[in-house]
Design a protein. Sequence first.
Length: 281
Amino acid sequence: MTSPSSLLKAWQILPRKSMGQHFLKDPNVASMIVGQGDLNGSDVIVEIGAGLGALTIPLARKVRHVLAIEPDGKIAALLGNELLATAVSNVTIIEEDILRCNMRALTDAVAPDRPVKVVGNLPYHISSQVLIYLISSRRNIDCAILMFQRELAERLLAKPGTKVYGRLSVLVQYCGKIHAIGQVPASSFYPRPQVDSTVVRIVFVDPPPFPALDEGGFVQVVRAAFAKRRKTLKNALVRSNLGFDEGQVLGALRATGIDPARRAETLSVRDFVALANLLTD
């Protein structure tokens, strides 16, 4: 694997801070992701943020096809050159922002009527947005192996009653089983970020164990509950912009057996679903 600094220098490209570009330079990390991701030769992979191919190439050697999403045109051209140099032919480079892609349309040509797997070293500044996008697209996705800033990964993995349990914890655990598969130090990237990373694997479950009657309403209730997390659950919901009056909120809380004085971080996913099902009925 050619070092990212050498490749970028040869192509006269500077990493773009505005795009959160930190290129993986440790082949052991790529090997860990490929080895721990439960991938096989029939899989079609959507790789988010393919970069210089540090992960793209080992993925392509393991699976049937890789759709490599890379929004930076100069980096996409460099990646194409690297694929030619390594004789990798089962990769399609898509020069697009993943948040503007339609997952079903994206994968239809290579994986019609079957879910794909998503792999990505996510730019820190859009990682939450990408996660929400994947949750909304999950019916076309079997699982996702994603690298997050360590602090965000801890939030995703958090359990109720902990300080880091929040909106994203609830949303990802509502529809998926998540576990950490490896830690990645900042020294594994060029340029070096200020924080370490964690790789997690999310297996989406459809239907969820406790399905919401209105998923849009469920998401809004969860967001409102955590928007003022220092307030009691009753006050957070009454003072939200969802239009609930105090009687409606108290009635739903009593019907679900939830103390109105509790705070959002104490509720389980099942609690939130039960509450949202009454409030958004």
